[in-house]
Design a protein around this ligand. Structure first.
Ligand code: ATP
Ligand code: MG
Length: 136
């Protein structure tokens, strides 16, 4: 597997609980390198654009409310098979279904307030990295 890049977000729930450091340690200990990072307080248009694929879902309004409730730590991660590897370290969307030892099992509050985001395909990774790091 080749070196890949993926976009990772520590979401406002985890930032608010001062869990940035513990989550970054999981990613680094898991073998991923943080190659770019910014703390971003997303406004509504930005969050709506980022999650546009979910615009028709019943949870969209609540998701946007959550993602604009405080700052997020946005990172580009690099490593072997980084997209899938990061999703493994994150665990399932719903923390009740996440494997023990995953970030969401240990830090998420609910299926919505689930601590982290990770790109789910090479196409998504390219779009999402360009969205937050346009110069890269
Ligand atoms: P992410 O895209 O944030 O990495 P994901 O790919 O695991 O998470 P998606 O299906 O893309 O999950 O959903 C995007 C986000 O929307 C979830 O991470 C979560 O915050 C929220 N979400 C997803 N499903 C639900 C739901 N049923 N109820 C409430 N919020 C939800
Ligand atoms: Mg997703």
């Amino acid at each position: 597997m080749a070196e890949q890049k993926t976009l990772s977000i520590v979401k406002p729930d985890a930032v608010g609980k001062s869990n940035i450091g513990k989550i970054l340690a999981r990613l680094e200990e898991g073998g991923l390198r943080i190659v770019q990072a910014r703390l971003v307080y997303m406004d509504r248009p930005m969050a709506e654009k980022f999650y546009a694929e979910h615009a028709e879902r019943p949870f969209f309004a609540s998701l946007i409310e959550f993602m604009t409730s405080g700052p997020s730590m946005i990172m580009v991660l690099s490593g072997e098979d980084a997209i899938a590897h990061n999703r493994q370290l994150m665990g399932a969307t719903d923390p009740a279904k996440a494997d023990p030892g995953t970030i969401r099992a240990d830090f998420a509050e609910s299926i919505e307030r689930n601590a982290v985001h990770g790109s789910d395909s090479p196409e998504a990774a390219e779009r999402e990295i360009g969205f937050f790091f346009p110069a890269s």
